[in-house]
Design a protein around this ligand. Sequence first.
Ligand SMILES: [Zn+2]
Length: 883
Amino acid sequence: MRQLLLFASFVLLFHTSLHAEKKFDFATTPGKLPKEVRPSEYAIRIEPDLNKLTFSGSETIKLQIDKPVTKVILNALEMEIASASLDGKPLSRKAILLDAGEQTLTLNLPNELPAGEHELMLAFSGKINQQGQGLFYARYQEQGTNEKKIMFGTQFEATDARRMFPCWDEPSFRARFQLTAVVPKNFMAVSNMPVEQEKDLKGTKEVQFAITPSMSSYLVVLCAGELDAIESEQDGVKLRVIATKGKAEMGRYALESEARILHYYNDYFAIPYPLPKLDLIAIPGGFGGAMENWGGITYYESVLLFDPQNSSTRTKQDIFAVVAHEMAHQWFGDLVTMAWWDNLWLNEGFASWMGSKCTDHFYPEWNEWLRRSVSRDPSRRTGFPKDIAMQYDARSTVHPVQQPITTEAEAGSAFDEITYRKGQSIIRMLESFLGENVFRDGIRKYIAGHKYSNSTTADLWQALTESSGKPVGEIAPSWTEQPGVPLVKANRQGSTIKLAQERFTVNFPNPPALQWQVPLTYVTQDQPATNGFLLRDSAADLPNELPPDRAIKFNVSDSGYYRVEYDDASWKLLSEQIDRFSEADRVNLLTDAWALVQANRKPLTHYLALVDRVLKDDQLAVYDQIIDTFTFINRLLAGDPIRPRFQQFTRALLRPAFDRLDWEPKPGEAISRSFLRGSLIRGLGILDDSDIIADCRSRFDQFFSDPSAIPPDLRPDVLMVVGRYADSQTWEKLHRLGLKTTSTEEKQNYYEALASAIDPRLASRTMPIALTDELPTSRAGYLLPFLARHGERPDVVWEYAREHMKALLAKQDALSVNSFAPGLFTFFSDPKDAEALEKYARTNLPQAAGKAVAKTMDEIRFRADFKARLLPQLENWMETQSR
Ligand SMILES: [Zn+2]
């Protein structure tokens, strides 16, 4: 009894601890800087020197001081302070202390400074970086002229504004920013706000921007270069797409999308976009992805520019989705900002969800939610698929959506699949639980209540509770404050469906037990309308009865974040009725079945039998899931004698679909057919289909004289197959094409093809490119990880990386610097390699890399264990197949 009681009280304690987070309060918000000194307004002047790659700057900061202080502490990093004065009185040199470890600037005051308003003036200098940290530069070949040019831009999230100007660089220290930049006369300069005045100086010009509303420092932006713009207007806001000279017209699609999205969000949030203009800026390097700076969103070129002649439809999808994501941040993130980085998911989970919702609204034919749920070669895609987040969430190394953040490095590593994709999935699940309109009303309430201010997750739950009348604050924390993914077990007893939940884990013995409040959805064979049931406890009976011969399916349309395991009889009914279910439901059953195999809860045949039943309908997401699984197994079998037979059997499963589709598009065919063609070419190519490989090669030969030989939608896939089996001559051809093009999208296709080569001699020729200027910095930094993933010789990659680590790390930005080295180990499957990584990390990596190291070690050990389990099962399966 005693033990039982103890256990019960532990469970109670645990549950109450889930409601610990408080609503936003500036004074108690975590952070390093003392809260009694607050900036209210900055006037910053920056003068870059693009020859020396340095800059000088000065700033005047209006301060609000709450109680008397003897020192002022703010952030500064990798800069020198030339002078400091307070209220017009200069401080002595020895009163100015920079601490590189803490990334702070401390000003020791000669006298106590009384409460009230004060003014701090600083003069400083720093450097322009090659990677996207602080102020950075990008070198590029100009469109049309092919001249080498340089531009500069900024990337401040999470903690790098302090590299361009000393500041209170924590999100809750909101202030107004007024920027001035001195740039060459032929440059266009862009910032958060419109240009207020321009003044000619000797040989340069001074551009002054209007002052911003109150905002966080990580959202400040400054870009300049030989740029062009196209513009339009929507709902009274001036919209522009800005790109390097000669490329602005390729921003036409993004500009049209921007207008539609702005109008949609103005309506959704019920607060019109608050700034007078919104620029989308394409940068040809320096950083990857996109950044939601208020009023001046920066993008890596290939997620903003669309060339109707040469860009693929996937690029178009990515552009729309990324623009929709970043624009959602203009409200959710910029107008209302998370108080601290432990709530980063609020920004990213919400913007990911909102971006997908908006994309699905304008392009239902793209099946955005399905596109976001399966993991078709995630390395090429923007964002992380939901299933990848769920796979990671089952491991021992995972963290909750809300996690404590104390250091700059932790803030940088918080941008992962859990923050984005689990965050998005939770929001989607909550929306469907509360209802679309009730949820939207809660969001409107939240934005209106916190505009020009900060918030925590608790504030969002509060607003949703008020709008819905449901206890959101009780349901939601089990998803955000604890790690892990629930497994719901459905067992029939007569006509009753008995439900139970437990923690779903993979490669994680004796995990701490957890419990969730799961908003279940389900359909039955008799009642196709979706039902809901909130599973609050560890076990419950489903309220409605169901005759024993009727099928039931949970997690309708794959919209929930949980796995389901059915008893054998229910699973049999379900697989026999598979034709009744939608593509999303089939994908949901496939991903869960495959996860149960990974978790050693079901044999491999549990998954493969389902595969057999779903192949005939040629559905894109279904095939993507299957191809992804086969590719994963194929990779695991590299070097194993069983591999050629495995390839033969899986080709036999996939090939009929390709034969039905064939190379030539049918007139008027749906876009999903064209994507499926690409997926099959890639999948069959990887599985060594000799016809497909020969066809890819001959199309590549024709491509030189006739680019239409490989339509844009198929280029990434065909070139990848060509690159994978390349000989030295083909490698050179691909390389020459890559060198010649000025399109970042095409460059990416060619260099990824180079980095797909499985011949280690070619890998050795590809790797040194990472250290040259051939590719934009962010892409160059990505070359080795890509090769480790696709090239099959991670040992060769690691050997090279180890020798050149310092130079390679110099190309990584703040978000990837700590995971770069461990990431190269992900594709090993021998426990010895996990030990090698641990040993390397002990002497060579900073403590901040610890989480990434642990995550990779777990992955290697999982792969080793899974391979050992899989081999005999594969033998058996192939045996029965050949009978
Ligand atoms: Zn984002």
